[in-house]
Design a protein around this ligand. Sequence first.
Ligand code: FES
Length: 301
Amino acid sequence: MANTRLSLIDIERPGDPSVFGADVLTSAQEIIGRYPAGQSRSALLPMLHLVQSEQGYVSADGIAFCADVLDLTKAQVAAVATFYTMYKRKPTGEYLVSVCTNTLCGVLGGDEIYKTLSELLGVGMNETAGTPGEAGSITLEHAECLAACDYAPVVTVNYEFFDNQTTTSATELVGELRQGRRPLPTRGAPLCSFKEISRQIAGFVDQRPEALNAEATGPQTEVGVKLAAQRGERAPAYPSAEPAASAESSTATPAAAAPAAEDKAATGQPTSAHDAPLTTAVSDPAHPAGQADDETPGKGE
Ligand code: FES
């Protein structure tokens, strides 16, 4: 069996970082600038999305470019690129259609939807119908939980959600894409190409007004929050957090967000078991003000 990690570091053609132009290098430097000085390797994940946004996949050239710019070995870059399924190893279609076949979606129809689309397109997992990159080309994949179980079964197109799908609606969706049309997702931004969404995931904001104003959630997502607000409930505090007087009287309404933030500022501790620990880089807004990075709680443990 071919070793896919080695295939990204082609010994015959080790990758040419110079295929990426000055504009890509400028974008790379912008990405690196988001991280603390001397920690450019932390930029690898968005860098891989950046090279993917140029070529539609992470090629040997992309691996070499990331290694060059971040002062890593190609083996280190390839090890990361082959770990995450969002980094594609072959040229991808204009649209990446992901069908959730995890447990809930699977039993509610996801397996049948994947089978139907696979037969319709004549392709299997990570294969492309049409010429990769050309209009209407579609790469199909089945995906693990897409974090939208309340809308199961779900399909995403370039990571935008199409909720509560059936074999019929998914077939119609794919038919529209192949005809060069872009149906509106159930929620979230209007569709763009796989290369464009890869650039957004690299951290470059989609400036389309309709994307900036799009609703990200639907009614099912907000049920828990609304119920908690009605009942005056809030998430429990960390065991180590000092009880704050304001915590007793506050509720889970949006207005309660301010006291919670004050609690964190006062104690230096997260106020909820669902809150992120403050083990962040200095450049992160959540980092305690004035605390040197190597003093960050949990760092180096
Ligand atoms: S199981 Fe499909 S979104 Fe969670």
